[in-house]
Ligand binder design. Structure first.
Ligand code: 6MZ
Length: 354
């Protein structure tokens, strides 16, 4: 089996995937056609919203892409379509466990944040019935929207975490959004309350250089997983103090190579912080971030890692398996997932040996 095929066949775990950023070209075209049928004007061409291989955008331009995508996903029918399409694409890429994340949105007279979340959760339930995948949801707080919105989102997450039908599907809170907007330190009280309510926390941290903010947030000892963490390790523009805080707390990092390279926060695959943390045997999980916007798949991310850092197939197996421990599942659910992944890995080894 060549490397591409092998990476595709691996039973994978995806822990960092933003719903709207994950839209494939096909889904974007579907949404555009629906808008055109309604007589919408000034619609973007698909080429404007995906970043093809070898191309780059600044982080600011990426956030402009999200704004365009949000215009195409401004109703419940579109939300249903995107949730289903994205999940099915992860299934087709052999993802066995998916932690999806999304920012609840409301549009006057069109949809409430509750309806938005209900629609995503119903799509998750439907797709879990039809496919061999387990899916959980992280509700995202957008750091550019201010503290009132963050408290509002936390209330919503608490409501769903206690919901009769949906409570098992909500596994935590994500803080994301333009890393140059707002100050994460102001969100610490929200994080503290979320943690007290039993919600797990994945926080985008040090995606751009911001030592002061990163330090304050790490010192709270509230964070369960770090998104990106690009400028934490001293070898990639962080500091000894930041790295030690992460290591002492054993916080896993969600690493998204194509995203960081294409948005220009990391110069090249070789310069990616994956190698520093791996060398130190710190827990890391390979993720896509926004598979649509960055025109990638989880298999492709594994392949880039393998080629860049000379990983063997056994290393890739270990990365898949190690990701089980980094999920926000209960111990019992992790045990079950580990069995599934192990069984699939054994099958793969068998196929390779014949
Ligand atoms: C920070 C990001 C991101 O929530 O509408 N998002 N936040 N850094 C990134 N690196 C490139 N990529 C995506 O999905 C889109 C939203 O996810 C966050 C942004 O807030 C973006 O608006 P949802 O489903």
């Amino acid at each position: 089996m060549d490397l591409s095929e092998y990476c595709k066949s691996l039973p994978k775990i995806e822990l960092h995937a933003h719903l709207t950023g994950s839209l494939s070209d096909e889904t974007v075209l579907k949404l555009l056609r629906a808008k055109q049928a309604e007589g919408g004007a000034n619609l973007p061409q698909s080429a404007e919203v995906t970043i093809q291989r070898g191309h780059k955008r600044t982080l600011e331009e990426c956030f402009e892409v999200f704004r365009i995508l949000h215009c195409l996903t401004d109703n419940l029918s579109a939300i249903k379509t995107i949730a289903r399409d994205v999940i099915q694409e992860f299934v087709a890429d052999n993802v066995r466990y998916l932690e999806l994340r999304t920012t609840p949105k409301s549009i006057n007279g069109v949809m409430t944040k509750n309806q938005y979340i209900d629609t995503v959760l119903e799509a998750m339930i439907d797709e879990m019935k039809l496919n061999t995948i387990t899916i959980r949801l992280l509700i995202s707080i957008d750091r550019s929207r201010g503290l009132d919105d963050a408290w509002d989102t936390l209330q919503l997450a608490k409501q769903y975490a206690a919901h009769e039908r949906f409570k098992n599907l909500i596994c935590g809170i994500d803080i994301s959004g333009n890393p140059r907007a707002g100050n994460l330190v102001e969100y610490i009280p929200v994080l503290r309350e979320a943690k007290q309510c039993g919600l797990k926390l994945s926080v985008h941290l040090a995606e751009v250089v911001n030592e002061k903010e990163t330090l304050e947030v790490l010192k709270t000892e509230l964070i369960d997983r770090i998104g990106h963490g690009t400028f934490i390790h001293p070898e990639t523009g962080g500091s000894q103090e930041l790295m030690q805080l992460v290591k002492d707390q054993g916080i896993p990092l969600e690493l998204c190579l194509s995203s960081n390279i294409k948005s220009g926060t990391v110069k090249s695959a070789e310069a990616h912080h994956f190698s520093c943390w791996r060398k130190d045997k710190h827990p890391v999980v390979i993720c896509t971030d926004d598979k649509g916007v960055f025109s990638t798949t989880l298999s492709e991310e594994y392949k880039i890692c393998a080629e860049t850092f000379h990983l063997k197939k056994t290393d890739l197996r270990e990365l898949c398996l190690a990701a089980v421990e980094m999920t926000f599942l209960s111990q019992e659910e992790k045990d079950r997932l580990r069995q599934t992944i192990l069984k699939d890995l054994d099958k793969l080894t068998h196929i390779e040996s014949v």
